[in-house]
Design a protein around this ligand. Structure first.
Ligand SMILES: *[C@@H]1O[C@H](CO)[C@@H](O)[C@H](O)[C@H]1NC(C)=O
Ligand SMILES: *[C@@H]1O[C@H](CO)[C@@H](O)[C@H](O)[C@H]1NC(C)=O
Length: 359
C-alpha cells in the first residue's frame, strides 16, 4: 500500500520484532528479522529529514506529525533493546527530542501541534492559536514517549540512559499538564484545544488516561491520577452516569466487574437505542463513542479501531496499576482539591462528580 506515510508502517514493527524473537518465523517459514531490518533501513536511509535530523512522517517531503512519535521511536527503541544496540535506543530518544522542539506550542500550555513543515504545515498560518492543537494527537505523542521510556527502562542500557528516561518522563507530564488543564466536566476531552464547541473525543481520553497509569507505574508520578480515574469512570459510565461516576476512589481499585452499578437501564438509555444497554460511551456493537474519525481527524466519526485499542490500553494500564497496589491513589485524593483542573473542580462542586467528597 502506498499512501505516502513513512512513519505509519513502522508502528507494527514492535510486533514483528517480538514475533521474530519468539522464533515464530521457523513455524511460519517467514523471516521476520529481515522484514524488521528492511523497515529500519528504510526509515534511517530513505526517508527525508530536517537539517537537524528529524525523520519525516511522509515520504515525499519533510513533514513532522505528532503521531509519528507513536509510530517510529517505539520501533527504533524496541529494535535497539532486542538487538542490544544502544545507538538505536538513543536515536529513538533523539527523534522525540527533535519532534518536541518543532511541535511543542508554548502558547498552548506546551501541548503539541499536529503537523509542522511541508505543504500541510503551512495551513497552520490560517488557524488561530490553539486551533492546530488536536488533543487526539497529543495523546498519541504522550503514549509514544511513554513506550520509549518503558523500553529504555527495561533494556540493558537503562543505567547509562538515565537522563534520557528523565526527559521522557518530564515530556509526558508536560502533555498531561497541558491536556488535563482543560478536561471537560463530562470527563472527556474536546478534540480542539481552544474550542469547547467541538465534539468530545473518547479515544484520546482513553489513550491519555492509559499513559497516566503507566507513568505512575514506570516513574512513580501520580499527579494526574485523579483526572485519569475521572476519565476512566466517565468512559465506563452508565446512562445514569452520576451513579457510576460518584463511586469513591476506594471502590475504583476493585476489579471492573465489581464496580459496575446495579442500576437498571434508565429511561434515557432505552430511548437512545443505539447504545449498549445502560452504557453512555459504547454503542450496542461495543464501539467507543464519540470518537475522532481516523480517516478525517478533524471530524467526529462513527467508529474508530484506534479508539477500541485505546480502551484496552487504558483498561490494561489501570489493571496493572491496581495490581501494583494503586500507588498514589491516596496521595492523589489528598491533593485533589488544590491541584485539580478548574473544570473538574467545577464538576465536583456542581455535584456531577462527587467522587472526592465521599472519600
Ligand atoms: C531475531 O531473534 C533472534 C533471537 O530469536 C535475535 O537473536 C535477533 O537479534 C532478532 N533480530 C532482530 C532484528 O530483532
Ligand atoms: C546499531 O544499528 C545501526 C543502525 O542499523 C547500525 O548502523 C550499527 O552498526 C549498529 N550498532 C551495533 C553495535 O550493532
Amino acid at each position: 500500500m502506498n499512501d505516502g506515510a513513512a512513519g505509519d508502517p513502522a508502528s507494527i514493527g514492535v510486533a514483528v520484532l517480538l514475533t521474530n524473537w519468539t522464533g515464530q518465523g521457523k513455524v511460519d517459514g517467514l523471516d521476520y528479522a529481515e522484514a524488521a531490518r528492511d523497515q529500519l533501513e528504510f526509515l534511517l536511509m530513505n526517508v527525508p529529514r530536517t537539517s537537524d535530523g528529524a525523520i519525516s512522517h511522509r515520504t515525499d517531503e519533510v513533514q513532522l506529525w505528532s503521531d509519528s512519535v507513536y509510530m517510529v521511536p517505539p520501533f527504533l527503541a524496541y529494535y535497539g533493546a532486542v538487538t542490544g544496540n544502544q545507538t538505536l535506543l538513543q536515536e529513538a530518544y533523539n527523534q522525540i527530542k527533535l519532534y518536541r522542539e518543532y511541535l511543542r506550542d508554548e502558547h498552548a500550555n506546551n501541548m503539541w501541534k499536529h503537523i509542522q513543515l511541508g505543504s500541510y504545515g503551512t495551513d497552520d498560518g490560517h488557524w488561530s492559536t490553539g486551533a492546530h492543537i488536536l488533543r487526539y494527537w497529543n495523546a498519541w505523542a504522550a503514549a509514544g514517549m511513554l513506550r520509549v521510556l518503558g523500553t529504555i527502562k527495561h533494556s540493558d542500557f537503562a543505567n547509562s540512559m538515565k537522563s534520557q528516561q528523565k526527559d521522557l518522563a518530564n515530556w509526558v507530564q508536560e502533555i498531561h499538564s497541558g491536556m488535563y488543564l482543560h478536561l471537560d466536566s463530562s470527563g472527556l476531552f474536546h478534540n480542539y484545544a481552544d474550542d469547547l464547541s467541538t465534539f468530545t473525543d473518547a479515544s484520546s481520553t482513553a489513550l491519555l488516561a492509559s499513559t497516566v497509569y503507566r507513568l505512575s507505574l514506570l516513574w512513580g508520578v501520580h499527579k494526574h491520577l485523579p483526572a485519569a480515574e475521572l476519565c476512566r469512570r466517565a468512559l465506563s459510565a452508565s446512562m445514569d452516569s452520576t451513579i457510576n461516576i460518584s463511586a469513591s476512589v476506594t471502590s475504583s481499585v476493585s476489579p471492573p466487574t465489581s464496580t459496575s452499578t446495579s442500576s437498571s437501564p434508565s429511561a434515557s438509555s432505552m430511548v437512545s437505542g443505539t447504545n449498549m444497554p445502560g452504557m453512555l460511551h459504547f454503542t450496542v456493537d461495543g464501539w467507543l463513542t464519540p470518537v475522532v474519525d481516523p480517516y478525517a481527524f478533524s471530524n467526529q466519526g462513527q467508529t474508530s479501531p484506534e479508539g477500541q485499542a485505546f480502551v484496552l490500553a487504558m483498561q490494561a494500564a489501570w489493571r496493572d496499576w491496581v495490581e501494583d497496589g494503586a500507588k498514589g491513589a491516596n496521595t492523589a485524593v489528598g491533593t485533589i482539591a488544590p491541584s485539580y483542573p478548574r473544570t473538574v473542580a467545577q464538576a465536583v462542586v456542581a455535584g456531577v462528580l462527587p467522587l472526592v467528597l465521599e472519600v
